[in-house]
Design a protein around this ligand. Structure first.
Ligand code: AP5
Length: 222
């Protein structure tokens, strides 16, 4: 399975990506998660990325493209991958298309999760994430059994720096300007499946899965 999850911040990409990666046994490649690990570790990459992430801006293309290129050449990506949060700009799409051609792997199916802005703000403002394993929770829609503690690994839940309302609005603006145009591009390529992202996470997962069942991976153009 070769898959890209597209959608605004808070559409549920990370939540669905975890479920899909398990179901289809492919690695989940989340550029946001990779960058947050670098930020937490205080590496030079993390220090640079933090200056963009904290204000809801995109990290420069060349940085993110380099991360994805390195990751896609690892052995576990040979049989498939699930990209979550990449590509986000036209330059990233072009770089990804080149990479896939060079690696000789099939073109992805692109699932665009459709969720309105007010719902997205509600989801992000209430999001809590496990600081150890990254499992997502929501104070209202998906609360942890014990408040502030991860159901899966028992570590503390935290609120992301960029989940303040003002930064959420900025991220949405960046999405509209830089990422939303990719939907039209992938539609033209015949790679796009649009899925309603509203409803229980299990319902959304079932909708995505049924769209994926009928698809055959397309080879990248030589
Ligand atoms: P990234 O981490 O990719 O954030 P994002 O795209 O803004 O997406 P989110 O993680 O906020 O939301 P999501 O769609 O994954 O939703 P989730 O499943 O968590 O990027 C962060 C930053 O890193 C960027 O701003 C940028 O600076 C940088 N970056 C990353 N990639 C980059 C790139 N390619 N280029 C340049 N810069 C890049 O769900 C959200 C909440 O809703 C959770 O609480 C969840 O429990 C809840 N929820 C999920 N599904 C449902 C549902 N069906 N019903 C109710 N609640 C739900």
């Amino acid at each position: 399975m070769y898959l890209i999850l597209l959608g605004p911040p808070g559409a549920g990409k990370g939540t669905q990506a975890k479920m899909l990666a398990e179901r289809y046994r492919v690695p989940q490649i989340s550029t946001g998660d990779i960058l947050r690990v670098a930020v937490a570790a205080g590496t030079p990459l993390g220090k640079e990325a933090k200056t963009y992430m904290d204000r809801g801006a995109l990290v420069p293309d060349e940085v993110v493209i380099g991360i994805v290129r390195d990751r896609l050449t690892e052995p576990d990506c040979q049989g498939g991958y699930l990209l979550d949060g990449f590509p986000r700009t036209v330059a990233q799409v072009e770089a990804l298309t080149r990479m896939l051609r060079e690696l000789g792997v099939p073109l992805p199916t692109v699932v665009s999760l459709d969720v309105g802005e007010e719902e997205v703000v509600r989801r992000l403002a209430g999001r809590r994430t496990c600081q150890a394993c990254g499992e997502p929770f929501h104070v209202e829609f998906h609360p942890a059994r014990l408040e502030g503690v991860c159901d899966k690994c028992g570590e503390d839940l935290i609120q992301r720096e960029d989940d303040k309302e003002e930064t959420i609005r900025r991220r949405l603006q960046v999405y509209r300007e830089q990422t939303e145009p990719l939907i039209g591009y992938y539609q033209t390529q015949g790679l796009l499946e649009t899925v309603n992202g509203l409803g229980e996470t299990g319902e959304v997962f079932a909708r995505i899965s049924s769209k994926l069942e009928g698809r055959v991976d397309k080879a990248a153009a030589p």
